[in-house]
Design a protein around this ligand. Structure first.
Ligand code: ADP
Length: 467
């Protein structure tokens, strides 16, 4: 039963929070009470001592002037006065023999013989009536007199005890309901405050159990940190859902795109295996198979690179280099293919444009853009490639007067495996621009395109410039 309760408390965050809150409040309450109690006690004590000191100064004056008689007649005067005499007065010699003793009428239950021999060595002493049924306390202070005798002045301090007792009673009477109210109130407040967390848990459980990503946490209940957490969580779910959708879509496209080369691989292999084929034809079929499988590997590698670049996990081997040098060297590789297609390439490369990037990846970017320009520009066309500096940017611009891109195709050309309507007659996987964009963005740059069908296209890559 008890263990069950502890287990329940351990698993219930609201309850645990409330308990902690109550324990801390209780502790603070006790500390405040103790301080208040001792302050009250000390101020009451000081007040009494002040009164006793006042008496002492008065009696001392009479004693020094007229001796014992002086004090005696003053006490007699006080006794006959209207106010009740509340002070105990005793004058004793060095050997503690009583020379004068005046006991207030109100002092009850104290043994006279005891009062006549109170210790003179102690400065302050408390005295209780011998009759224990009387709840009273007297405080007596001893002062030395000039002639070596002592004067003891006492006062009933029972009211002090009563006041402190009342204070204690009030504390206990207030503390219990305060703890209960604190516990209940604290539990209700934390229960309400943790509602968004409970909604969150419910939603996560439902997603885990059903695999349904469409569930959302009810939002807008609070606009505090928990409200923000809920809305962030919902946004995260939307993002995950989009990613899963994207992955499903990509998987469908990949499966579809892989089917064609794999089918032709199979057909080639089957043909080669058929019994009537010559060795020459078998060799040819094998080399075609190799070409097809390389295409598949290239496609899968590029797809993986794009995914890694998008997830920012693609490792870049960055170094400082001149972008124009890199463009010049890449261009040289494509000059021959362009020449074969009767396409002219003009280069306008500015000097001293330094970037901090992965040269192999940037070579891939320039290569893909040049390859596309050559691919989509008919024979006799022209390509201009430029590098220049803009504020904080190193720019590579590839422009052609080729077939251009239609308005419908323009937003989709960056998508994985997307191929423009007019491109199907050209070789390609639909991954070139996707990898270009991913690499450039991974470097902190960006890429844009302007194009008009039949007039040509311009691709502009901007990378952060290094001073
Ligand atoms: P692909 O393998 O089809 O070339 P890309 O991702 O490189 O794939 O390009 C996507 C699409 O963008 C192409 O299919 C083509 O329609 C269009 N495209 C890219 N570059 C050019 C260009 N220079 N001129 C015209 N169309 C282009």
């Amino acid at each position: 039963m008890f263990l069950n309760l502890i287990d329940k408390i351990k698993r219930n965050f609201s309850l645990r929070l409330t308990l902690w809150y109550t324990i801390v409040s209780l502790f603070a309450f006790i500390v405040i009470f103790t301080i208040a109690y001792y302050s009250l006690q000390s101020s009451l004590k000081k007040e009494d001592e002040k009164l006793i000191l006042f008496r002492f100064n008065k009696y001392k004056e009479y004693y020094e002037k007229d001796g014992l008689e002086g004090v005696q007649s003053e006490i007699a005067l006080e006794r006959n006065g209207e106010k009740p005499n509340l002070f105990f007065v005793r004058i004793a010699d060095k050997d503690n023999h009583t020379l004068l003793l005046s006991i207030p009428d109100q002092w009850k239950g104290v043994d006279i013989s005891e009062l006549g021999s109170i210790n003179t060595n102690m400065k302050v002493q408390n005295l209780r009536p011998t009759d224990k049924s009387i709840e009273t306390l007297y405080e007596i202070i001893t002062f030395p007199l000039k002639d070596g005798n002592f004067i003891q002045i006492g006062k009933d301090i029972t009211y002090r005890l009563e006041a402190l007792n009342r204070f204690k009673q009030i504390f206990f009477a207030v503390m219990l309901p305060a703890i209960l109210i604190g516990l209940l109130g604290g539990y209700l407040v934390t229960y309400k405050a943790l509602l968004p967390i409970r909604d969150l848990t419910k939603t996560i459980k439902s997603i885990v159990n059903t695999g349904e990503m469409g569930a959302r946490v009810p939002s807008g209940k609070t606009d505090d940190e928990l409200g923000e957490l809920v809305s962030l969580f919902n946004n995260m779910l939307v993002r995950i859902e989009q990613l899963i959708e994207g992955m499903k879509e990509s998987l469908d496209i990949v499966a579809h795109d892989l089917r064609t080369p794999l089918t032709s691989l199979r057909v080639m292999a089957e043909n080669a295996l058929s019994s009537h084929q010559s060795l020459e034809l078998c060799r040819e079929a094998l080399s075609d198979c190799l070409e097809e499988s390389e295409k598949i590997i290239r496609m899968l590698n590029t797809l993986m690179d794009i995914s890694e670049a998008k997830a920012k996990t693609l490792k870049l081997k960055k170094e400082r280099f001149d972008i124009s040098n890199l463009v010049q060297k890449t261009l040289e590789i494509y000059l021959f293919i362009a020449e074969e297609k009767n396409i002219t390439i003009n280069a306008e490369l500015s000097e001293g444009i330094l970037v901090f990037a992965d040269p192999n990846r940037i070579r891939q970017v320039v290569g893909n853009l040049l390859d596309n320009s050559i691919k989509y520009t008919p024979s006799g066309g022209m390509i201009n490639i430029k590098t220049y500096k803009e504020t904080h940017k190193a720019v590579i611009e590839v422009n052609d007067n080729g077939i251009g891109i239609s308005e419908q195709d323009l937003p989709k050309i960056w998508d994985r495996l997307y191929r423009g309507e007019k491109s199907t007659t050209h070789r390609g996987l639909g991954l070139g621009l996707s990898i270009v964009k991913s690499i450039v963005e991974l470097h902190g740059g960006h890429v844009e395109v302007t194009s008009r069908p039949s007039f040509g296209s311009t691709f502009i890559v901007s990378l952060p410039f290094v001073e």
